[in-house]
Design a protein around this ligand. Structure first.
Ligand SMILES: Nc1ncnc2c1ncn2[C@@H]1O[C@H](COP(=O)(O)OS(=O)(=O)O)[C@@H](OP(=O)(O)O)[C@H]1O
Ligand SMILES: Nc1ncnc2c1ncn2[C@@H]1O[C@H](COP(=O)(O)OP(=O)(O)O)[C@@H](O)[C@H]1O
Length: 269
């Protein structure tokens, strides 16, 4: 049998617990069958699970039109976010890192993911560059494509948060309106905006991919910070800044975010 590797801080289910869970599932199946036959006590989980005569889906379906999708129905699942959070011992959320190219977004995302992982927390990094290799490969850097890029990543990040995972999104996300739209997808405290507030000169001096050089030479058009705007957050949760002319180390940046998560209860269910 394949064995799952569980971080040391996550509780492992004992055979007795697994057995009890199986017993509960069997009980739910029995109640569901009873509800489908018209028996059972109404109300509660069996109403959601049953697809028989008492099912709200069949009796009173509420169909919606959303965007270009017509006649669609929202299906609820009996296992919800809080169940998954309890399993993981953390709160699902989105840590959204924004800043200029070269400001250290990917570096921070990886350092934070590592720090959390070693503490037994489940994370997933959504990196702008990486996503443009697949999910967003059809998008350019014109403003409407950047907006669509951010919208898609915001939706994916929301699903990760719903899964109970600490989702770390690192994208330039230069326009305030697009970031605010992602924030609006989640309950307010589940979206943590981290602004990597490094001056353009520092980012440009780093230029690890040589893109600023190409942008200055006019070989890349619409490069953020050069000939395309970057709108800094006004009310973000965390700002990472230079101190005494020095950029904090990757570990120090990660610790700043980690402290915020700890102090605000995200690292417990
Ligand atoms: N015109 C232009 N402007 C800004 N950035 C550019 C551009 N063209 C290519 N790149 C490279 O694409 C990476 C940014 O992708 P993102 O998806 O994060 O951008 S955005 O949020 O949609 O603005 C960005 O990666 P990072 O340097 O890691 O930020 C760049 O390497
Ligand atoms: N805190 C830091 N201190 C020093 N150098 C850094 C720091 N963060 C990132 N860097 C370096 O800056 C460059 C850009 O970092 P990166 O994480 O790729 O930025 P972004 O994802 O914002 O484009 C890389 O060469 C990286 O090693």
């Amino acid at each position: 049998m394949a064995s799952l590797s569980v971080p040391p801080t996550l509780p492992r289910a004992s055979p007795a617990v697994v057995g009890a869970a199986r017993g509960r599932r069997a009980a739910v199946r029995v109640r569901t069958a009873a509800a489908a036959l018209g028996g059972g006590g109404g109300g509660g989980m069996e109403q959601h699970l049953g697809d028989g005569p008492r099912s709200p889906v069949k009796e009173n379906p509420v169909m919606s039109n959303v965007g270009k999708s017509t006649n669609i129905l929202w299906h609820n699942c009996p296992i919800g976010q809080s169940d998954r959070q309890k399993l993981l011992g953390q709160k699902g959320c989105v840590v959204w890192i924004t800043g200029l190219s070269g400001s250290g977004k990917s570096t921070l995302a990886c350092a934070l993911s590592r720090e959390l992982h070693y503490r037994g927390h489940l994370t997933y990094v959504l990196d702008g560059d990486n996503l443009r290799h697949g999910l967003n490969r059809d998008l350019s850097f014109k403003s409407e494509d950047r907006a669509e890029n951010i919208r898609r990543v915001g939706e994916v990040a929301k699903l990760f948060a719903d899964a109970g995972i600490i989702c770390i999104a690192s994208l330039i996300s230069p326009y305030r309106r697009d970031r605010d739209a992602c924030r609006a997808l989640l309950p307010d405290s589940k979206f943590i905006e981290v602004f990597l507030d490094l001056p353009l000169q520092i980012c440009e001096a780093r230029d690890p991919k040589g893109l600023y050089k190409l942008a200055r030479a006019g070989k890349i058009k619409g490069f953020t910070g050069i000939d395309d705007p970057y709108e800094p957050p006004v009310n973000g949760e965390i700002v990472i800044k230079m101190k005494d002319g020095e950029c904090p180390s990757p570990k120090a940046m990660a610790k700043q975010v980690l402290c915020y998560l700890e102090e605000n209860g995200y690292l417990q269910a």
